[in-house]
Design a protein around this ligand. Structure first.
Ligand SMILES: [Zn+2]
Length: 289
């Protein structure tokens, strides 16, 4: 039996979780963030790296048997609240250049060793920059910077409603920008033999919500939409050691765009060109347009 998900189902809940911040989940994340040993639950950050004394419990939830990316409590939550919402979100991609050629040229074990090394270098930056829901797809790693997680800060005090949401979306976009800039620097500092990779950051309206499989199978949270695809395409267009950051991200983050060379890109599958800035330029810069 397949669980079908109405895209508008539980929209208020999912918007609160990702677009604004859910107080109960934020409290859990705050407690778990610095506790224990990774890996962590993708949602509440409960640590799974070490079995706590006394075993797993509601205070120390262990990985779900059905879906080890989440703790047992978050797995139940995702299954009990299928649905999703449209939220303004930032996303950062990093992908290895020439990975097909390299997979052919390098011995398989060496290719896998270098790919794992790439995952490690990139996810370290994402974790440090408050990226969320990190995921690996082939030769690509990406992280979301949802306002409801990455945008929360002590400066929120006194803000509410649309003002609170705006402030959190802006801070999350700034963290996405910082992550992209740092990742480009990580690539530039790469040692001999390290994979070179491209980086992109983009901000836009994306749909975030649950995807269900067969009954009792994997239940997961995914992000969909043209703006996600745009970010991935932007990443493919980035040169190694540089980040292509869309002007949408710079605008929302409040980062002055003019100090970065401007690129107008035609991306495969998109009818309108995308305006981005090259951050972390290495070679003599092309004349800004
Ligand atoms: Zn959890």
């Amino acid at each position: 039996m397949t669980q079908t998900t109405d895209p508008g189902f539980n929209a208020d809940l999912w918007h609160l979780l990702f677009g604004v911040g859910h107080p109960a989940l934020l409290a859990k994340q705050g407690a778990f963030r610095t506790e224990g040993v990774p890996p962590r639950c993708k949602l509440c950050l409960a640590p799974f790296g070490e079995l706590p004394e006394g075993g797993w419990s509601d205070e120390h939830p262990g990985p779900s048997n059905r879906n080890p990316r989440y703790c047992s409590l978050c797995d139940v939550f995702i299954r009990a609240n299928p649905g999703g919402a449209k939220v303004t979100m930032s996303v950062v991609f990093a992908d290895v250049r020439d990975s097909t050629r390299l997979s052919e040229e390098l011995p398989l074990e060496e290719y896998v060793r270098r790919m794992n090394d790439f995952y490690r270098r990139v996810t370290a930056v994402f974790v440090d920059a408050d990226g969320f829901m990190l995921d690996v797809v082939g030769d690509e790693v990406f992280a979301l910077f949802p306002a409801g997680f990455s945008g929360v800060s002590p400066d929120d005090a006194g803000k509410e409603g649309a003002e609170l949401e705006r402030a959190r979306v802006a801070l999350a976009a700034k963290k996405a920008f910082d992550a992209a800039e740092r990742l480009a620097a990580v690539c530039r500092r790469g040692a001999e033999g390290d994979f070179a990779f491209g980086v992109a950051a983009h901000t836009g309206d994306m749909y975030v919500g649950t995807v269900g499989g067969a009954e009792d199978g994997i239940a997961d949270i995914r992000v969909w939409g043209a703006e996600v695809n745009k970010a991935a395409r932007l990443c493919s267009a980035a040169r190694p050691g540089e980040a292509l950051v869309s002007e949408a991200t710079l605008d929302v983050a409040g980062v002055p765009a003019r100090e970065y060379p401007r690129e107008v890109l035609t991306l495969k599958g998109f009818s309108q060109p995308v305006v981005a800035r090259r951050v972390g330029v290495v070679a003599p810069a092309a004349a800004p347009v």
